[in-house]
Design a protein around this ligand. Structure first.
Ligand code: NAD
Length: 433
């Protein structure tokens, strides 16, 4: 098996599943809207509509029962005009090439909004990690790392964790890459690593912390008092848990939370730390003492001040957007709101803090981790959090100003701001050759 090719480079287009919302089409539509608003040159629009490279790799893995199973993995590199590609790797049965392409484009915008010197990338493997042993996961991860090793690197493309991947997988990728490329330790090839091998303090909480800063800023603009605000969180995973904890620390009351198994609701408030302990022990938020069971659909529609979608794409759609009662929707997840739903929320006076702004804390602290690795130095948690606050607060204010200036919703404002920044870099660098 070891002589197998490292995969083919393609730039194939849409492979939308019949009936499902194709995330890449959503991303293209958002780009079209921004292009129209800023009168973008048609050629540059085309450049941005195509990822620079999409690599598909097949990943043969010896499973624990002795059989060989071949998984499919992707790495999409959207644009590197402002710096190396940056973006997570997700393990999920529903990963598609179009999802990865869309996510890589959103990473380009996200890094531009956060004003960090990166472009956008994203990776994924079609698999169900919940049904795999640690040994199988390690063999799959290392073989995927081998498959993409020639297109990633500390100065070219720096992956990170995403859905159902974390420090463990990042460590295997760093180790495999380091062994393949000179056999010396190269922590700066990947971020989201455990502390013992060059991870950054504050990285685990970064997405949730960044989101809590954007919520704080939005509340100031809308004159919402955080002390009387209520919060519902769909997806009580890494991003959702820290986001809940940190908005709770600002005085808000979390009244509902959910995960893939279902949701819980208590109008009087749910202690985030108690719910985390319950989830740690039982594997789910469901069955939490004193709370009522609700479905994920019901959670989105409950009466609350702040709604935090922190699970998967396409949760707020044309079908349920009209029923959302929150004042602020802060998107921890990537792509949770469809364009049709966006327009409905905007019309109903709901302020959406879009994913590319709201969850930019993760990539910002990833950038801090990379800087620390390159310099072989380490910052205190306070230093990380203060720098993060400065970056995110500035990003929020840049987007909010654009939103007011162009009279468009916050997502259009974010994309517009990002496209302008990326286009400026492309123009200055020029088209090669
Ligand atoms: P995670 O795997 O830690 O958590 C995901 C959570 O969502 C889990 O609790 C899972 O049970 C739940 N979930 C899955 N399907 C669901 C459904 N249909 N309804 C309700 N809940 C469901 O992943 P994460 O890292 O927290 O990522 C969540 C989202 O945030 C993703 O869209 C990811 O791209 C985005 N995000 C995460 C980070 C980060 O640093 N963790 C950074 C940027 C964006």
């Amino acid at each position: 098996m070891s002589g197998q090719s490292r995969g083919s480079t393609t730039t194939s287009t849409s492979t939308s599943t019949a009936g499902a919302i194709n995330p890449f089409e959503v991303a293209l539509k958002q780009l079209d809207e921004a292009a129209k608003l800023i009168n973008l040159d048609a050629g540059l629009h085309q450049v941005l509509a195509h990822p620079k490279r999409v690599l598909t790799v097949s990943i043969p893995v010896r499973m624990d029962n002795g059989e060989v199973k071949v998984f499919t993995g992707f790495r999409s590199q959207h644009n590197d005009a402002r710096g190396p590609y940056k973006g997570g790797i997700r393990y999920h049965p529903q990963v598609t090439v179009d999802e990865v392409k869309a996510l890589s484009m959103w990473m380009t915008w996200k890094c531009a909004i956060a004003d960090i010197p990166y472009g956008g990338g994203k990776g994924g493997i079609i698999c169900n990690p919940k049904e795999m042993s640690d040994g199988e996961l390690e063999r799959m991860t290392r073989r995927y790392a081998y498959g993409i090793a020639d297109i990633i690197g500390p100065m070219t493309d720096i992956p990170a964790p995403d859905v159902y991947t974390g420090g463990k997988e990042m460590a295997w990728i760093m180790d495999t890459y380091s062994a393949l490329k000179g056999n010396y330790v190269q922590p700066e090839v990947i971020t989201g690593k455990p502390l013992a091998i060059g991870g950054s303090l504050g990285r685990n909480e970064a997405t949730g912390r960044g989101l809590s800063f954007t919520v704080r800023e939005a509340a100031k603009r809308l004159k919402v008092n955080m002390k009387s605000a209520t919060v519902a969180v769909q997806g009580f995973g890494n991003a959702g848990q820290f986001a809940s904890q940190l908005v709770e620390e600002q005085g808000a009351k979390v009244i509902a939370a959910s995960d893939s198994k279902g949701g819980v609701y208590n109008k009087a408030g749910i202690s985030v730390s108690a719910l985390r302990k319950h989830k740690e022990k039982t594997g789910s938020v469901t069955g939490f003492a004193g709370a009522k069971s609700i479905s994920n659909e019901e959670l989105l529609e409950i009466e609350c001040t702040i709604l935090i979608p922190a699970a998967l794409e396409n949760q707020i759609t044309g079908r349920n957007a009209g029923k959302i009662k929150a004042k602020i929707v802060a998107e921890a997840a990537n792509g949770p709101t469809t364009p049709e739903a966006d327009d409905i929320l905007y019309k109903n006076g709901i302020l959406t803090i879009p994913d590319i702004l709201a969850n930019g804390g993760g990539v910002t602290v990833s950038y801090f981790e990379w800087l620390q690795n390159l310099r072989r130095e380490y910052w205190t948690e306070d230093e990380v959090n203060q720098r993060l606050d400065r970056n995110i607060t500035k990003a929020f204010s840049d987007v909010y100003e654009t939103h007011e200036k162009y009279r468009v919703n916050m997502r259009k404002a974010s994309t517009l701001l990002a496209v302008n920044r990326v286009v400026e870099a492309i123009k200055i660098r020029g088209l090669w050759p």
